[in-house]
Ligand binder design. Structure first.
Ligand code: FAD
Length: 290
């Protein structure tokens, strides 16, 4: 399989990049190429112009701030997985990344490419939902920052406009010592998950839930935060009953079906995996906070 003919562009600055995006039609940005190249080779997409993000400087970094960690869009998945800053302040991201494809794909794949590709079960898309991501999009007109809810519109669809690129993403930090758990079910290791669930938690002095976030992905076209339950469970003890309530809420998400996986099975997985992720987060929070 070969892609259809295209013109290749290699800008070296964001100004050159936005200029190209603003003037050319029928354009695609290439970052790691781990999703785009297969799609081009199968001719699912046939861009007339390919703009390389890899030649643009200053887009690969991890910047730890008090309330958030900002990550440049070109930051490789492998770099994030090995980052001491991520391991220290946001360990669930490293855990989730170990499920993203394979070492070879992570060596090229970027966080920005994964978010812009917006596969509903992509682990980094789940992380963005979990951490209330704020995404910065850049065009010749300047920067605009949008919430994760505004960014992800549906299956492989985002609100990034043709004249824009994703410059960076900010993930909200949680207090040191928070509990975290990431669980997924895939047919084989390295495959996209059928369902993935992530959970963050802090406990108060009594060991009751002080703060909770749960993101369920792969079940519907965008990851779903169990926002109502997150609020309702505040102040309750993280026990088997709480896990059951949370699992039930995950099972209530309206689930997609396709030729291989029924909606009932997806809902079943959502219940089982939510319980596991919550239990893991509870165990870790137990050991660290109180
Ligand atoms: P590219 O493929 O270069 O681009 C993807 C899309 O995003 C394109 O439409 C491109 O135009 C657009 N884009 C990229 N960067 C930007 C930007 N900064 N601004 C605007 N648009 C942009 N992913 C998972 O999540 N989980 C898995 O289990 C998994 N398994 C995989 C297994 C294999 C064998 C392979 C080949 C891939 C797998 N992937 C998986 C996909 C992988 O994570 C990709 O790296 C990711 O989906 C896309 O990142 P990329 O940097 O390669 O982007």
């Amino acid at each position: 399989m070969k892609p259809s003919p295209f013109t290749y562009h290699a800008p070296t600055t964001t100004a050159e990049l936005t200029e190209l995006l603003g003037t050319l039609d029928d354009v695609r940005i290439i970052a790691g190429g781990q999703s785009l190249m297969p799609m081009m080779n199968f001719r699912f997409v046939q861009p007339g112009h390919l703009i390389d993000l890899n030649t643009v400087g200053g887009l690969a970094y991890v910047d730890v701030q008090r309330d958030f960690i900002e990550i440049g869009a070109s930051t490789r998945q492998r770099f994030l997985q090995r980052s001491q800053d991520i391991a220290k302040h946001m360990p669930i991201v490293g855990e989730a990344l170990s499920h993203v494809g394979h070492r070879q794909t992570r060596a090229r794949g970027t966080i920005g490419g994964s978010l812009c590709h917006f596969d509903p079960s992509a682990e980094l898309v789940n992380m963005a939902a979990l951490h209330d991501a704020v995404l910065t999009l850049t065009s010749v007109d300047g920067d605009r920052s949008i919430s994760f809810g505004e960014f992800g519109l549906g299956f492989l669809t985002t609100s990034v406009q043709p004249n824009e690129f994703l410059r960076s993403v900010r993930l909200a930090r949680w207090p040191e010592g928070h509990g975290y758990g990431f669980e997924e079910f895939a047919m084989r290791h390295g495959d996209f998950a059928i369902c993935a669930v992530s959970c963050l938690m802090t406990l108060d002095d009594r060991g009751a839930i002080d703060r909770l976030a749960v993101a369920v992905s792969g079940v519907s076209e965008t990851p779903v935060r169990l926002t109502e339950m997150e609020g309702r469970l505040r102040g309750t003890m993280p026990d088997a009953g709480t896990a059951t309530d949370l699992a039930a809420a995950a099972g209530d998400i309206e689930a997609m079906s396709d030729a291989y996986i029924t909606s009932d099975y997806r809902s079943h997985l959502a219940r089982v995996i939510t319980r596991r992720a919550f239990t893991k987060a509870t165990e870790r929070a137990d050991q660290r906070v109180r």
